[in-house]
Ligand binder design. Structure first.
Ligand SMILES: Nc1ncnc2c1ncn2[C@@H]1O[C@H](COP(=O)(O)OP(=O)(O)OP(=O)(O)O)[C@@H](O)[C@H]1O
Length: 274
């Protein structure tokens, strides 16, 4: 029978990545989180801190709660019937579930990219400008500058610079996903949540997104859900392994993939289940 703990020395502190001396605080801090869909408990008492300008991967078998947990960070679960939660999520030490907090403001700071590219049926330019326009920004020079900068950051600009008026739906899947990243960046978030952003893409497009994610780490705190363990190993600094709604292990990605504390993590990363 699989034992929960490989080493008797494994303690709770091993599930938290070490903070460097510069960062006194976590960018994001989930504290004692339970999530329910009606009576079903999808997340079971998870606490986890995420350092600024780092990439954190959530891994684990299908249905373990990765997407549910990710969506808590910009309150995307609020729309789901039957959703309820316990615990707090802090962004820069402020509780994002505070009743006074404006969700639209939160989503400016915490952007999201989904599994399937979901551009609007508008031009490439208007897709990226969208978030600025709904903020009421009217200055076209400002919008243009932001659109171009965001497309460059998302490494798409050189491929489409003569076609900004073309429909976003005419782009390839990989280009559409980079457009969705540009759209998220245009409103200047500081956190980017990515829910399996490459699972609908071919390997070359996936590689471009991985390179981009790596590049974006300079300026953003990134949390990525992935089924692809090679991808988690390549792109992330820290990895959280979830199983049946619980956080089994969390820490330095290298360590999780080469010398995990828990047998269950070892069995998952070596493909013995999942
Ligand atoms: N809207 C919902 N209503 C009821 N149950 C849900 C809902 N969304 C998710 N669940 C349940 O919550 C659990 C966690 O689901 P979640 O989608 O977060 O897992 P996941 O690890 O992201 O899975 P996958 O890798 O397959 O996307 C699952 O048992 C799922 O069936």
């Amino acid at each position: 029978m699989e034992s929960e703990t490989k080493s008797p020395k494994a303690t709770q502190e091993k599930t938290e990545p070490k903070m460097d001396s510069k960062s006194q605080n976590y960018k994001l801090h989930a504290k004692n989180i339970d999530v329910f869909y009606d009576d079903f408990k999808a997340i079971n008492n998870i606490s986890l801190g995420i350092l600024e300008k780092s990439i954190t991967a959530f891994i684990g078998p299908s249905g373990c709660g990765k997407s549910t947990f990710l969506r808590l960070f910009n309150r995307m679960n609020d729309y789901i019937d039957g959703f309820s939660m316990n615990g707090n999520i802090l962004l820069d030490d402020k509780n994002i579930y505070d009743p006074d907090l404006k969700v639209e403001e939160l989503r400016k700071t915490v952007g999201m990219v989904f599994q399937k590219p979901n551009p609007f049926p508008k031009s490439i330019y208007e897709n990226v400008a969208y978030g600025l326009r709904i903020q009421g920004i009217k200055d076209e020079d400002f919008i243009e500058e932001r659109v171009i900068t965001s497309l460059k950051q998302a490494t798409l600009f050189s491929e489409i610079e003569d076609n900004l008026d073309k429909s976003a739906l005419s782009l390839s899947g990989g280009q559409q996903q980079r457009l969705c990243i540009a759209r998220a960046l245009a409103v200047k978030p500081s956190v980017l949540l990515m829910d399996e952003p490459t699972s609908a893409l071919d390997p070359i497009s996936s590689g471009k997104i991985e390179d981009l994610v790596h590049e974006l780490k300079k300026d953003y705190t990134i949390v990525i859900v992935t089924h692809n363990m090679q991808q988690a190993g390549r792109v992330s600094d820290n990895t959280a392994f979830l199983y049946m709604g619980s956080l089994i292990e969390y820490g330095d990605t290298q360590k999780i993939f080469t010398n995990p504390e828990k047998d269950r993590t070892q069995n998952y990363i070596t493909g013995r289940f999942g």
